[in-house]
Design a protein around this ligand. Structure first.
Ligand code: NAD
Length: 343
């Protein structure tokens, strides 16, 4: 029996993993996040299954190794919260590189339509028998210019949806490619020409606060900004100033720079300590969802199935397609490229 300790478990994780579970794997579901205080719970387990806000730092990795944990199975694409260098030659790390780009792209489109047609305001009004239309004036998407930053799996899925609305598409990518009907351009042109800007690139050191005061100054008045990628791509304080100055027409955010202690949790009985988030939430033209874009039936099924396959492949001695290590793509003698295993 393969024993797995899952951390930061939510009810939907358990539902989808139990459906995908073969007889030879048993999962113990912990609601706690994994960090230096909780790693002793991993004693006696073969595998640790973690998520975006778990903290797998060097101390945690060393503790897991001492307990005999052989595999870290991330049930997400990102692994920036895993000290992969400390894992090298000790614990293998696998992830789910792609589960449903459409889930995230459709959520971005849903937020855009909600904002453009003031559905969030109308929903509250009609529930209160207020059938007035005053202040609900929206705009057509057809004919608008949409600037897409990052044209990977999710960016392309979003472009395809926006093309269905007859939008003109401008794109910026660090590694531009060829997409039918899309004009690749530089970031400054995208900022100055777009009516709607949607972020779909990963967060890296070089693009931290990609959208700050300087970038906002270059944008059209009334621009709509969408972020379903990572919070720190936007300087939230500069965004707030842009909204207060009426430069930014609307912001739709599924991610927020300081989300880790808030998002995914019910904080409704608490005093919100984050003044910037509180002010953003008070704006009629800001829509915030709490990192929800991945949360579809299809994506959750895919995450559970791929994670289980990653674990099964490891114990069956098969090539680990979804393994990552600190050497990935940086060293010429990359073992994963040649042997489908990092070490
Ligand atoms: P991907 O790797 O398929 O595509 C990323 C694209 O960004 C690539 O084309 C790459 O060349 C480009 N890129 C890299 N650095 C860039 C830069 N500095 N400037 C511009 N472009 C750059 O990734 P994906 O699957 O499309 O995911 C995109 C992002 O979506 C992820 O990094 C993640 O942060 C986010 N995401 C969010 C959710 C959610 O629930 N909100 C879920 C999954 C992924």
């Amino acid at each position: 029996m393969i024993k797995v300790a899952m951390f930061d478990t939510k009810p939907y994780d358990k539902t989808y993993f139990e459906k995908a579970l073969p007889d030879n794997i048993k999962i113990k579901y912990f609601t706690a996040k994994l960090d230096e205080n909780t790693y002793p719970l991993c004693k006696g387990f073969d595998v640790v299954c973690a998520f975006v806000n778990d903290d797998l730092n060097s101390e945690v990795i060393s503790g897991l190794y001492d307990f005999g944990v052989m595999l870290i199975a991330m049930r997400c694409a990102g692994f920036n919260n895993v000290d992969v260098k400390s894992c090298y030659k000790k614990i293998h790390v696998v992830r789910v590189p792609s589960y449903s780009p459409e889930a995230v792209a459709e959520h971005a489109a849903a937020m855009l339509l909600t904002s453009a047609r003031r559905i969030h305001k109308a929903y509250n009004r009609t529930r209160d028998f207020n059938f007035s239309l005053a202040g609900l004036e929206g705009f057509n998407l057809s004919g608008k210019t949409v600037g897409v930053v990052g044209t990977g799996k999710i960016g392309r899925a979003f472009i395809s949806i926006m093309q269905g609305f007859k939008c003109n598409i401008l794109a910026y990518d660090k590694f531009p490619s060829q997409i039918d009907g899309v004009t690749f351009t530089d970031m400054d042109t995208l900022l100055s020409k777009s009516d709607i800007i949607s972020l779909h690139c990963p967060l890296t050191e070089e693009n931290f606060h990609l959208i700050d005061k300087t970038a906002i100054d270059k944008m059209k008045k009334g621009v709509v900004i969408l972020n379903t990628s990572r919070g720190a791509l936007i300087d939230a304080e500069d965004l707030l100033v842009g909204i207060k100055d009426r430069k930014i027409g609307a912001a739709c955010l599924d991610v927020y720079e300081e989300e880790s202690d808030l998002f995914f949790e019910d904080k409704s009985g608490h005093i919100l300590g984050d003044d910037v988030l509180a002010r953003l939430l008070s704006m009629p033209n800001v829509i915030i969802t709490s990192h929800q874009a991945f949360l579809t039936d299809e994506a959750l099924s895919s995450i559970a199935q791929t994670t289980i396959k990653n674990i099964t492949d490891f114990f069956d001695g098969k090539p680990l397609e979804n393994e990552v290590c600190y050497r990935c793509e940086q060293f010429e003698d990359c073992k994963r490229e040649k042997q489908k295993k990092c070490f």
